[in-house]
Design a protein around this ligand. Sequence first.
Ligand SMILES: *Cc1c(COP(=O)(O)O)cnc(C)c1O
Length: 344
Amino acid sequence: MPADVVADRAADGPVVDLRSDTLTRPTEAMRRAMAGAEVGDDVYGEDPTVRRLEERVAELLGHEAALFCPTGSMANVLALRTVVGVGQEVLCEAQAHVARAELGAHGAYTGLTMRTWSHPTGGVDLDAVASMFAPDLGPFFVRTTAIAVENTHNFAGGTVVPLADIEALTAFARANGVGVHLDGARIFNAHVATGVPLATYGGLVDVAAVCLSKGLGAPVGSLVVGSADAITESRVWRKRMGGGMRQVGVLAAAGLHALDHHVERLADDHAHARLLAEAWGVDPAGVATNIVVRDVPDAPAHVAAAREAGVLVSAVGARTVRLVTHLDVTRADAERAARVLATL
Ligand SMILES: *Cc1c(COP(=O)(O)O)cnc(C)c1O
């Protein structure tokens, strides 16, 4: 957390940092796993720890292959470009991370365009998709070649997209010959919240991106999963984008450790988020995982007031604030932050 905030708060105890689940620091046990990792040059395909991680994540999601990437944004870019070409479009929800928070990477690198539907909890509006859908309306219209879904949905507040809605979307896409991409940065949260197997989520899409550096607590790392062909192509594009990494088994080891030790505990983050929601005036029944969003009259002012009281949250819109629970937030931290948020 920012040093000035730490200094400010030194007198009243440490700050609780709820800005993002990317803020976690590797645990001692994770650092030991990293230090002991067997490594090789991964651009030569010779890092055994990376290979183990890629095989494990592919199998968990029920796909043929996976590719280790430095970030979820790169994983989304690589994944989407396997189903959408230059000058073609993907349909997605209006608050999707791929549309809002990847700084135009998909347009800049792939040359694709996006059209969006809006859904109050970031879910699927199949009616809207069906009416926007334009796989071949002649040479005047951008061709739709894929549909993307985000699960859990970040800016909608960690909402889980109902399985039946994804099934219906996939049935529609398959009947019409277009691809489906899953931005599964927090698919492990969805899995823990619902009990739906990861392979069930994975089996409904052509390609997906998953993150180890969010609630799972790894310092770095995301993967693209898909068919062997999609991953072979993504490996070439990852190198082209400057993302070929060498003895990166030290990071893959953190990911493997996270998969062994930090999946089931996501349930604690979800319980902490409900506790915080209640204190913050948000109905905990609407909090499915580790994110709470709340509308306020002035988001930067709310963030500043919370910070003053020792709790860091973030503005994700002019009138929307967000808090995120994670591995480095204990029950005691959550209770302390709840007492602060209740006073705002
Ligand atoms: C965090 C996140 C990503 C990837 O972010 P990086 O910071 O690039 O790793 C992708 N999608 C969603 C929904 C996210 O929350």
